[in-house]
Design a binder for this molecule. Structure first.
Ligand code: ZN
Length: 180
């Protein structure tokens, strides 16, 4: 387990960083006790929006707090603390997915279409519980996996991943051409 940190550096870490491969089990409200989560959320939302993401989990910025931020379709930006997935629908859906840790890498992943979740807000007290669907359910499950030390790459076969990587390289080359 990574240690809690007082230093708050809100920047994306490399895919090999241990935080991305370790369960994020530190309760945000116990260590350090005086962490200003309202302010930390602001930093995380800024990074997430700058990179055009809709979710960002604590391990992606190199620490192991059990929290992530995401944008909910209806209600906007929310900080999600000590989340749980209580139930998932039997119906699954195959949707294209990306991750800020792997910019411009996209492939389809099959996941439950809906999920019933619970979490608290940044005050550590306000409890939220309910069903999510569509892109909200998708994003919540993706970020939740980050907190288990898992990456969405695990959902792709070698072949699928190779194809997605090739597409990404092509995209980067085209970007370079435009820049020249
Ligand atoms: Zn991700």
């Amino acid at each position: 387990m990574l240690e809690p940190t007082d230093k708050w550096l809100c920047e994306l870490v490399e895919p090999k960083h241990p935080a991305l491969h370790t369960p994020a089990t530190i309760d945000p409200f116990t260590a350090p006790k005086d962490a200003n989560w309202a302010q930390r959320e602001v930093d995380m939302f800024k990074l997430m929006h700058d990179r055009l993401g809709i979710g960002l989990a604590s391990p992606q910025i190199g620490n192991s707090y059990n929290m992530f931020v995401m944008t909910l379709k209806g209600s906007g930006d929310v900080g999600v603390y000590n989340p749980k997935i209580l139930e998932v629908s039997e119906e699954t859906i195959n949707m294209e997915e990306g991750c800020l840790t792997f910019p411009f890498l996209y492939f389809h992943v099959v996941r439950p279409e809906k999920c019933k979740v619970s979490y608290t807000l940044y005050d550590g007290k306000t409890e939220v519980e309910g069903w999510l669907d569509g892109i909200d359910a998708r994003c919540f499950q993706h970020e939740y996996e980050h907190l288990q030390g898992k990456l969405f790459l695990e959902h792709a076969s070698d072949l699928k991943l190779q194809r997605a990587m090739k597409k990404r390289e092509k995209y980067f080359k085209e970007i370079e051409k435009v820049r020249r």
